[in-house]
Design a protein around this ligand. Structure first.
Ligand SMILES: Nc1ncnc2c1ncn2[C@@H]1O[C@H](COP(=O)(O)OP(=O)(O)OP(=O)(O)O)[C@@H](O)[C@H]1O
Ligand SMILES: [Mg+2]
Length: 329
């Protein structure tokens, strides 16, 4: 089995606090892997590093075989590369001006200098993959941002629910689909067939995802009016909308009653069997973790203290001491 994600010696420091320390971690394709550990162990911090929210202090994240997240290298070189094309045009203009070229040629030269600057700026902001590859050739590495990770195939939910509270359940999912839509603002403005087709497909897909999450009947309700358990599942439906390969769930059953927890556990299983997803789960409820995970990694004070099958981890004395030994509050 290949690894979807490989975290290599990841460290994150917040000032004097070592939140994640030298953590090595792999997620095999198709697996459900859990990250557990006492409060403050560094689980969410680790998640946020994978999601591109925090830059790691050291180490790197390889995602689908590609180095995506690490400390930036030679970032100063990038703006320099930006001005090179414009500078080349400007210099040529000056040279032909010296050689006695007409005013029109010089005006054109100035015009193209400005155009060159604008094109480079637009490319620099849009950052198409070819641009990143181009930078790599000059030894420039820019760590992936959250939106880059979404495009690369990462979906996530948050420890604290973060829905668009005043939007309908359906619209929440449609927003999550945004990164996969191809129609441009021009298509939307002109309401082209492509735009209308894509819109219809997006709505159908969003309804499918709501259905999977058990929310079909709630599609048109405002998110903030949904019961808590439904909001949690809506977050998952929204995360699925970007068509992720790897889904990160941060304490999805937090605050749920046993019935809702059991339903959600079933849903997580279906995400793997029906959508073929790989899942990384942070979870406090040991019944959920032990019941559903292929592998469990235990963090304590930012360090990985154990890794193995649920049974191995359950029996590990270090884990019992750090985590299971202290009854949950
Ligand atoms: N942005 C931040 N700035 C400073 N310190 C932080 C920041 N985020 C987290 N920490 C600290 O890093 C440590 C790890 O926190 P983290 O939220 O990753 O733990 P956790 O394992 O997710 O805990 P919980 O089970 O309570 O969610 C904690 O001591 C926390 O106070
Ligand atoms: Mg947390």
């Amino acid at each position: 089995m290949t690894d979807v994600l490989h975290a290599v010696n990841v460290t994150k420091r917040f000032g004097g606090l070592l939140a994640v320390h030298d953590v090595e971690f792999t997620i095999p394709e198709g697996a459900i892997v859990s990250l557990i550990g006492p409060n403050g162990a560094g689980k969410t911090t680790f998640f946020n590093i994978i999601a591109g929210i925090y830059d790691p202090t050291a180490g790197e994240i390889r995602f689908r075989g590609k180095r995506m997240i690490a400390r930036s290298r030679r970032a100063w070189l990038e703006p320099l590369l930006w001005v090179v094309p414009a500078l080349a045009v400007a210099l040529t203009t000056v040279l032909v001006g010296e050689a006695g070229a007409s005013d029109i040629v010089i005006a054109l030269g100035i015009f193209f200098t400005v155009i060159a600057l604008m094109i480079v700026m637009v490319v620099g902001v849009a950052r198409p993959p070819a641009y990143a590859d181009f930078l790599t050739r000059f030894g420039v590495f820019r760590s992936a941002r959250p939106n880059d990770m979404v495009v690369a195939g990462l979906g996530r939910t948050f420890q604290n629910i973060r829905l668009f509270a005043n939007m309908s359940a359906l619209d929440n999912v449609l927003v999550g689909m945004h990164s996969r839509l191809k129609a441009t603002w021009l298509d939307a403005l002109l309401s082209t067939p492509r735009d209308r087709r894509e819109e219809a497909e997006a709505r159908a897909r969003a309804m499918q995802l709501l259905d999977l999450a058990g929310l079909r009947k709630r599609a048109h309700e405002t998110a903030k009016n949904l019961p808590y358990g439904d909001q949690r599942r809506l977050e998952i439906a929204r995360a699925l909308a970007s068509n992720p390969v790897l889904l990160l769930l941060d304490e999805p059953t937090a605050g749920m009653n046993p019935r809702e927890t059991a339903d959600l556990t079933k849903l997580i299983g279906r995400l793997r069997t029906e959508l073929g997803l790989t899942i990384l789960l942070i979870e406090h409820d040991m019944r959920v973790v032990m019941g559903i995970s292929d592998r469990v990694t235990v963090l304590d004070h930012g360090e990985r203290i154990a890794e193995g099958t649920p049974d191995e981890v359950r029996r590990d004395p270090k884990v019992i001491e750090a985590y299971l030994g202290t009854p949950a509050a």
